[in-house]
Design a protein around this ligand. Sequence first.
Ligand SMILES: Nc1ncnc2c1ncn2[C@@H]1O[C@H](COP(=O)(O)OP(=O)(O)OP(=O)(O)O)[C@@H](O)[C@H]1O
Ligand SMILES: [K+]
Ligand SMILES: [Mg+2]
Length: 676
Amino acid sequence: MSNYSHYRMNGSLFLKALRDSVWKLNPIVLLKNPVMFVVEGGAVLVLLMILFPDTFHTAGRQSYNFIVFLILLFTILFANFAESLAEGRGKAQANSLKKTQKASNAKRLRKDGTQQIVPSSELRRGDLILIEIGDFVPGDGEVVEGIAAVDESAVTGESAPVLKRAKSDFSSVTGGTQVISDWIKVRITADPGATFLDRMITLVEGAKRQKSPNEAALNILLVIMTIIFMIVVITLVPIASYIGITIETSTLIALLVCLIPTTIGSLLSAIGIAGMDRVTRFNVLAMSGKAVETAGDISTIILDKTGTITYGNRKAFRFIPLSGVTESELVEAAVGTSLYDETPEGQSVLEYARNLEYTWNDEKYGGGAIVPFSAESRMSGLILQNTDYYKGAVEEIKAHIERIGGKSPDLADSLSEEIAREGGTPLAVCKGNRMLGFIYLKDTIKPGLKEKFDELRQMGIKTIMCTGDNRVTAETIAREAGVDEFIAECKPEGKIRVVIEEQAKGKMVAMTGDGTNDAPALAQADVGIAMNSGTIAAKEAANMINLDSDPAKIIQVIFIGKQLLITRGALTTFSLANDFSKYFAILPAILMGVIPQIEVLNIMHLYSPETAVLSALIFNALIIPALIPIAMRGVRFKPMIAEKLLLRNILIYGIGGIIIPFLGIKAIDMVLQMFY
Ligand SMILES: Nc1ncnc2c1ncn2[C@@H]1O[C@H](COP(=O)(O)OP(=O)(O)OP(=O)(O)O)[C@@H](O)[C@H]1O
Ligand SMILES: [K+]
Ligand SMILES: [Mg+2]
């Protein structure tokens, strides 16, 4: 459960939004919403007529003008309220995060290893610090030594502590979290003011919210429509006077406000903010609104296996010697390859050997050259004076043995395949040019993925698992997790190639991963989602961070992205259809008194021209707060193919948008009749 769930729409947020709506009447602030700015201009004009009736020759129309002014004022307030309400929750989150950010002291390590206590604000990129049990992590960084459990709940809301260690996919620490066991040495990776928490605060606060390209384009369209309707309404004056009618200025303003897209104009930014906010409440941090919208258009998802589909705590589970090799011979070599291998896999080999009560003398393995694991070589090893030990992906070890003139036994393939068919990862172990057997690494698939991938399939989205692991293991895990396709034996450049290939087919690609080997692909993808547990490289390459490191979250993000696009589309359709209807509701009423033939068009039988205008204007204002819940919550939808969904929404919101104003205006007119 996310720690943001307690930011419900409570009373104080509501009151604060009310206050902000008044503050936003400031024309300079309102200028960024051109449609409402025009409404405000109209309101000011009507106010001037009320204040100086003699100048404007409107002395006899004071009360009518006053009502028009009030409705216009409320139209703007409602629009401001929608945006303020959407912003409110983010601001509350930001405040709570700022509390996490309190200054603390850090133990900075000098070159000679001595400690120096400095305020966290003085830490700079590259500093080496020691964090011990009970200490708060004073800044973002990468673990270089030690293992510790870290409580990240202040940032992620997740209460289970996370084990952080060097040289693994779990090596990043975030400022504001707390070390609750042991100690770690951390290399600081962000200067103060540029930390993860800082970025998170600016994001949820929405202070520097950038409109997504879609939103900006729609905004331009609304401005163009506003200008067109201004021209239409202004040209109405000479036309009317030609046929012998004078239309009052306040009525013209009312007509203009009814015609320009005030509904979508006032809800547009609220829809965007609420979408971002919904993503955050799912504990995913989107770096931009654009990323959220793009998520809504995703047609292919690429997931890495270890750490994303599985928990990524791959551990040695069994030693399997080849025939003619004893277990202790195999273990001797396996220990040799792992003694200096700092990956969790390497460490798990030692742990498992100890559990089997093997003992060894570290000196025996001393003085050699360490070959560290890399995703590129897929091996790790130790070169000693008289021999060398390697472990790694079976294909790599076989190639290595062949290179130095050895030959792998025929039985090797069937043994390693057996491990792989169970979903395990076989690591082949060799000493010199002789293969000794396998280490069976076991990992667990995160539960509940199959159903989630089924949902994606229903939406027409393809899932591809991409892994550095061997084909058989990949196939087993792919089948158990329920992905559509898989690609095995992928090196880092292989993962990015898969992304590019899908993009070349015209797909929008999301990639989710946690390792440094995933970083290039995360950056290339249209939406890159890094696990918060992952490495700094992965998190920097991504445009979203999944705070609870749950790959199924990507589905929610896609849902929210789709919902954002659908909500904006639906409310735009509704708003434009509405304005169209209002035109037919008021125009006949205005002209009726002068051109009796127009009566045939007056299907609504409104009471009088004046009540017709006021009813339309009141409806135009009230529809804004009426739609705020939909804008905030998003349009509900079921997973289905995009085209079908679009058609359905156009039908509902388009036809609804045409009919509802007729009903609404008629109802308001009937109420107004009672006062006339
Ligand atoms: N410490 C290690 N020593 C030797 N070989 C290893 C070690 N860790 C992993 N391997 C081998 O290298 C392969 C690639 O590992 P890598 O971490 O790049 O990808 P992965 O974790 O298997 O897959 P994914 O890309 O899904 O995370 C593994 O499948 C395994 O065969
Ligand atoms: K309107
Ligand atoms: Mg990985």
